[in-house]
Design a protein around this ligand. Structure first.
Ligand SMILES: [Mg+2]
Length: 231
């Protein structure tokens, strides 16, 4: 019996890469005005890649994409010769644009219908803000790797959601696009899993999800079938 549904966010409810690329460009424009030596020295992509150096130096913050971005910006400022740098201002530019996502068409209607029947929650490794995105009305709660201190596929986020829902793992369905983070992680936590494959990818190998869907509307059919089998 299914009693609750958890959802991944990025690439499950919206396309994230065009949004990140735009956010990085806006941040770069902002830097070019206020800290031109940073913008001259680093392209938007090179600024993103600085996170790799940050992770190498500070693996304990690898799960925290907000801190990674801020530390990478601090590093860029230092290497560009700025002793003073408004890291919060810079991050705010990125963060506002990062949350200006466009939901896939099927997302809001499906989530609204499902929210009348099940508690829904979001479980994300990213730093999306569901309130800024305007989805806080459909989710009972939202967890991310920053709050939990650990990213999917590690079991901690799933376990935190399960405890908060007060259910057994087999009563919860996790829905997401990432074969490893969402499908393997969810399965290893004991959840039922649904792989959202919007772009017709080949399954990369390993145990498959309990169901595969090409869009969120198909989730309702999957749930109906599982419910008819358990009835
Ligand atoms: Mg995802």
């Amino acid at each position: 019996m299914i009693k609750a549904i958890t959802f991944d966010l990025d690439d499950t409810l919206w396309d994230i890469w065009p949004v990140v690329v735009r956010a990085e460009r806006l941040l770069h424009d902002w830097l070019a005005e206020r800290y031109p030596r940073i913008a001259d020295r680093f392209t938007p992509l090179e600024l993103r890649d600085l996170a790799v150096d940050v992770i190498a130096a500070r693996p304990e913050i690898a799960h925290d994409r907000t801190r990674l971005r801020k530390e990478a910006l601090r590093l860029a400022a230092r290497w560009s010769g700025y002793a003073e740098f408004d890291v919060e201002g810079a991050f705010a530019v990125f963060f506002a644009a990062r949350n200006a996502v466009e939901l896939f068409e099927d997302v809001r209607p499906t989530l609204e219908r499902l929210a009348r029947r099940y508690p829904l929650a979001s479980l994300s490794n990213g730093n999306a803000d569901v309130r800024l995105i305007g989805l806080d009305d459909v989710f009972a709660f939202s967890l991310n790797a920053i709050d939990v201190g650990s990213a999917k596929p590690e079991p901690l986020m799933f376990e935190a959601a399960r405890r908060r829902l007060g259910m057994r793992p087999a009563e919860i369905v996790h829905v997401g696009d990432d074969p490893d983070h969402d499908v393997r992680g969810g399965r290893e936590a004991g959840f039922r899993t649904v792989w959202v494959n919007r772009i017709h990818r080949e399954w990369p190998g390993g145990a498959r999800a309990d169901a595969e869907i090409g869009n969120l509307a198909e989730l309702e059919e999957v749930l109906a079938e599982w419910e008819s089998r358990s009835a």
